[in-house]
Design a protein around this ligand. Structure first.
Ligand code: FE2
Length: 252
């Protein structure tokens, strides 16, 4: 099983690969209103909010939340549980094969605290955590990640750490690429970092994928992923944060 402290060869290969990756210069948009959503709707963007919660306050506020622990790159299959702060302070620093991807919509306590730390933006149709399609509290060690997948529109608030994103829109060409290469979610059996090392050449091959983008997200930044976009993530540092994902129609 992959672990940052064990698999030196993967780390070396990844470091070499990072030198070759062409990073997309994301525009930084300060967002507050419906107008901003119109601007960002069709593409991946990095958004900046002025009053992003700081890591210390975030951890302190959520320290007693009991979270499920999953395997990195297979974040929805739960294996253990722990308290959030203990996971962040102790577990993930030693084992990046473990990952927290806690479903906040089903946790009454977290559901109260999280929107106080990171308010839902005014432009999305959901007006409360209950109206979101999903809200996740996440944490993972350096070089953990998420394999390629897609879902409804989402915002990913990175409270601490740094992420490398690999994204491309949903269209016929890109869908065929995913299918031909057996990259549908659940089909990729290796950690995201290994998937990227093994497939980078294939991904960047001319005409293979339309509008492939690699970009960095830093602490305090929010990544916007449009509906249906394929995306995978490799965490470049230990990370903590929140995701909000919603359906475009207003829920009745
Ligand atoms: Fe996602």
């Amino acid at each position: 099983m992959f672990s940052y402290f064990k698999d030196r060869k993967t780390i070396k290969n990844f470091e070499l690969l990072m030198k070759d990756i062409d990073l997309y210069p994301t525009k930084k948009i300060k967002y507050e209103s419906v107008r901003s959503l119109r601007k960002i709707y069709h593409e991946v963007q990095i958004l900046v909010i002025k009053d992003m919660v700081v890591e210390g306050h975030f951890l302190e506020s959520l320290k007693d939340i009991r979270v499920g622990i999953a395997t990195s790159s297979n974040s929805t299959k739960l294996e253990l549980s722990d308290n959030f702060k203990n996971f962040v302070d102790n577990v993930m620093k030693k084992d990046n094969n473990k990952y927290v991807f806690h479903d906040v919509t089903k946790d009454e306590e977290a559901r109260k605290i999280i929107p106080e730390l990171i308010p839902l933006p005014v432009f999305i149709p959901a007006k409360s955590v209950e109206q979101l399609r999903i809200c996740r509290l996440y944490a993972g060690g350096k070089h953990s990640g998420t394999n390629i997948h897609q879902h409804s529109a989402a915002l990913n608030y990175l409270v601490s750490g740094k992420k490398l994103w690999i994204t491309f829109p949903f269209n016929e060409k890109n869908k065929i690429f995913i299918e031909r290469n057996n990259m549908r979610y659940g089909q990729v059996k290796v950690p995201a970092i290994n998937w990227l090392i093994n497939n980078h050449g294939k991904l960047i091959k001319e005409n293979a994928i339309k509008d492939l983008k690699f970009f960095l997200q830093k602490r305090g930044e929010v990544a916007y992923v449009p509906p249906g976009h394929f995306h995978a993530v490799v965490n470049l540092e230990d990370v903590t944060g929140i995701t909000y994902s919603w359906h475009m129609e207003k829920r009745k």
